[in-house]
Design a binder for this molecule. Structure first.
Ligand SMILES: [Zn+2]
Ligand SMILES: [Zn+2]
Length: 163
């Protein structure tokens, strides 16, 4: 790939990059790799996630950008800043595949919030430990109740009331 995706990401030519996990969009046009375990995993119930994902909640795992590299389809990436409602790569923004519409990640300034359903683990029993959600956030605006023992924050983790 000639075009670099961004200076904060791992380089596609980095020989020391040992792939731990691979992810791809529905149509396979976009693929990326990570070389670390996630630093956290959360389920977000905010209204933005509900709409943008067309789902009751968003399950995200967080990586440092320097542990991520896009291996295919940079030219097919779409960017959307939901705060400004602008179809531009103004961080933080949503990254999606322009061909199939799959949401690829939420790109922050330094972090990459990835969606585990793009990793194809092959069932709940095979999901790696570090990908398992540690909490629910924005639970106060949830659209369905969750029957689990995970902490449930009304807003951001550690910065809101625990419900
Ligand atoms: Zn796609
Ligand atoms: Zn959210």
């Amino acid at each position: 790939m000639k075009k670099e995706f961004g200076e904060k990401f791992a380089s596609i030519t980095d020989g020391d990059f040992t792939v731990k996990y691979r992810a791809n969009c529905y149509c396979d046009a976009v693929q990326y790799e990570v070389r670390s375990e996630p630093v956290d995993a959360k389920i977000c119930h905010c209204l933005g996630c509900q709409k943008l994902h067309g789902a009751p909640m968003q399950w995200a795992v967080i990586f440092h950008k320097h542990d991520v590299r896009i291996t295919k389809g940079i030219e097919h990436l779409n960017f959307y800043n939901s705060e400004l409602k602008k179809h531009e790569r103004i961080l933080p923004c949503k990254v999606s595949c322009a061909l199939c519409g799959t949401l690829i990640a939420d790109e922050g300034r330094n972090m990459w919030l990835a969606f585990p359903s793009l990793f194809d683990f092959g069932g709940a029993s095979k999901v790696p430990e570090k990908f398992k959600p540690t909490c629910h956030i924005f639970y106060s605006v949830r659209i369905i109740d969750m029957d689990d023992d995970l902490p449930k924050w009304s807003g951001h983790k550690n910065k809101s009331e625990k419900l």
